[in-house]
Design a protein around this ligand. Sequence first.
Ligand code: BGC
Length: 495
Amino acid sequence: MTVTSTAGSGDTSITVSSGASLTFTSANWNTPQTVTLAAAQDTDTTNGSRTITVAATGLTSRTVTATEADDDGGPTPTHVDNPYAGATGYVNPNWSAKAAAEPGGSAVANTSTAVWLDRIAAIAGAGGAMGLRAHLDEAVRQDAANGSSPLTIQLVIYDLPNRDCSALASNGELLISQDGFNRYKTEYIDAISAILRDSAYANLRIVTIIEPDSLPNLVTNINSFEKCREANGTGGYRDGVRYALNQLHAISNVYTYIDAAHHAWLGWDSNFQPSVNLFYDVVSGTTAGVDSVDGFIVNTANYSATTEPYFTINTTVNGTTVRQSNWVDWNYYVDELTFAQALRSALISKGFRSGLGMLIDTSRNGWGGSARPSGPSTSNDVNQFVDGSRVDRRIHAGNWCNQSGAGLGARPTANPATGLDAYVWIKPPGESDGASTDIPNDEGKKFDRMCDPTYTGNDLNKHNMSGALAGAPLSGQWFSAQFRQLLANAYPPVS
Ligand code: BGC
């Protein structure tokens, strides 16, 4: 007997892709067989339906209705597993114009970079930059212009009270001691979520990067920094991140990724599991529990390589593990991809969703150019081997400000590796990490010597030179010389 499945009236993007005609014999009549339907990309934003009729000679036919989940949103937008898959990335016109104005910059000016909401005034638009609504309106316009692909826009949520508690360059405007938590809730998170809830933006996939460096500071820096110790208490980072997650996760087309620092911050066993425990403690205390996060991001605004191509954590040199080198310094990871994948596994073991997706900020971790090694060193000395083999050319892996020699990294890519939702450009290349001299300002930012090229370092970078470029403006401001260096040292190269 032959059983046919035929698509009938309704949305023609839904079709029978296999099993349209199935044969059942006296030998296999009671073994189920499968009919598979497909839903092709279409130009609308609604969840279309189509009838499928299953028929066989001599039997009464049956008609079922198949409904697609349209990934362009629709009246009830779908919260997809990976907001980057199949999507186009939002191009920030403000960043794009600055990049395009640099020599050769137009080759990358169409890359999607994140929008940093780095103070309350950034929501309305500060210093000539577009505000949140202006960005979302532009994102809707880009979405309409990109055919049937959905559009992903990335926002960095970055205004916790006592922000940047172990450094100075990105100190923020709010303090816990000055009612900062209430202001964070009402003037910042509530103001942002009220805009994101607007139905005009319901078809966008809005990715939020939650508070770079905040929870990691609570893992490693509460003993040495009073501001971090205070941030570990009431009205600090834990309460702030929970509040942000509760408001943002409640909006179905908003995606939340928590910042998890980078391998050279949390990769030692003394920090790794405590981080996993802290993340779990904070997130499980939200209204939706572990469901309130879509994933985690590593390397935000940092320079660690995605992959060190010429050695792994298991490499030995003349019988000595690379872990013993000054560069690796007993860390359990040598790069971001291995760190991100291990962190994901540990988070899932702890109780996070198995669908958790990781992101790596690859905007400035390319390390191309003439100083890039082309193969492993042949030295028998573990330090010389690691220093001659590593593509990350920093003086010390704890250096973080405007690094000399850095290049643009992998361009944004969805599903680049197991467990990863995407490589993303969160730190907009060309925007400074901090001023190399003391520059007065009204944003709360201070002079951090790690941005001063003459600084000889502190405990956090084991008293090495800072490796920072000279002539840098305040964090977030355009640093033309840095952009040109990043472009010249891009890896993969920019053609
Ligand atoms: C700064 C922010 C800026 C962001 C992106 C951070 O270091 O503190 O003001 O928006 O970088 O460049």
